[in-house]
Design a protein around this ligand. Sequence first.
Ligand SMILES: Cc1cc2nc3c(=O)[nH]c(=O)nc-3n(C[C@H](O)[C@H](O)[C@H](O)COP(=O)(O)O)c2cc1C
Ligand code: SF4
Length: 368
Amino acid sequence: MESSLSPLIIKGKKISIPIIQGGMGVGVSLYPLASAVAKEGGVGIVSSACLDRLVSKRTGKKHNTYDATYEEISLSKASGGFVGINIMVALVRDYVDSVRASIDAGADFIISGAGLPLNLPAIQPPKETALIPIVSSARALELICKKWERLGYSPDAVVLEGPLAGGHLGFKMDQVDLESNKLENLFPPVKDMAIKYGDIPVIVAGGIYTHDDIVRFMKMGASGVQMGTRFLATEESSATAAYKNAVVQATEEDIIVADKPGSPCGLPFRVIKQSPMYVSSLHRLRKPKCDKGYVLLKDSEGNFTRCPAKESNENHFCICNGLLSSAGYNCDKEEPLYTVGTNASRIDKIVSVKTVMDELVGKTLVSS
Ligand SMILES: Cc1cc2nc3c(=O)[nH]c(=O)nc-3n(C[C@H](O)[C@H](O)[C@H](O)COP(=O)(O)O)c2cc1C
Ligand code: SF4
């Protein structure tokens, strides 16, 4: 696709459209979305979250995390273009298997946040796969660069995600609305830090919506953008029809940052406030039950047993079940939880990835 935007180059890979479709877990960005974005010249990213269950259900054949991840990357790459995977640090139990399978399957990029991916380069030599941390501050980038330096690796790029993003936010609740945390204010110190550690390309995320937004940030020195919400209600996204409709209907007032009740991962989490699981959680209607275990942490004996949503429904919702339900898994048994970025209120119809990409590269006029 032709574009007035400069290409994005990461680890020698020249991406003609400097737009990365952000990983959206659980089960929103799977191979249909990732390959459609890649086909249009951007970067398609699948989410690693819960892939074992999602791929097992889709294929009718039991897949473990490694096999499911390998399969999803291979399918995404099958029609060409650049594809990668988003692997959240918070998914501690499956992290290593997800990383190994992604490298083995030849993912172009591993993008990793929701925690600091301090050990990512130590898991396995990444070969041609580029390793890209997500940060919310220059300090976090410096910590990662220093640790990775000791491991003999330097980030191939970095995603700076501001507080308007969907999913988990890398800010404390009382920092989300601060002027100093607006993406344009977070950017300069992160750019300086990226230059200090070898001119690492900086990709900005969180609230980017139009072609002009992309141009503005690239003029400031960003090498590219990562966008989630714009791809959430596309035809190729694997969110359920009910989820996409909730995005189309959502107004500014409907989009809140959930804290108490909030995510058991301990980070603020942006949701549509009418999400059935969020509403039930406010009234503590769902009895605590842990039958998925993706966000479990180790106990003192090294076993994955700890999650604050496991025994109490007072302050946390069961994020595994809520998000799986939003992707059409077990929706007869569990209610969905809809996460979105602030810009979901601007989305008023479900369109194809091609329509979105044409608009973003400046081929067609922006809707709202
Ligand atoms: C539905 C949804 C799910 C998301 N899931 C993840 C995720 O699993 N891991 C992650 O690192 N970021 C996740 N994000 C963040 C996106 O990858 C992206 O960086 C962010 O949404 C950018 O902001 P925007 O939505 O304003 O474009 C999610 C975002 C949305 C909207
Ligand atoms: S309690 Fe729920 S959110 Fe926590 S690990 Fe178990 S299934 Fe996941």
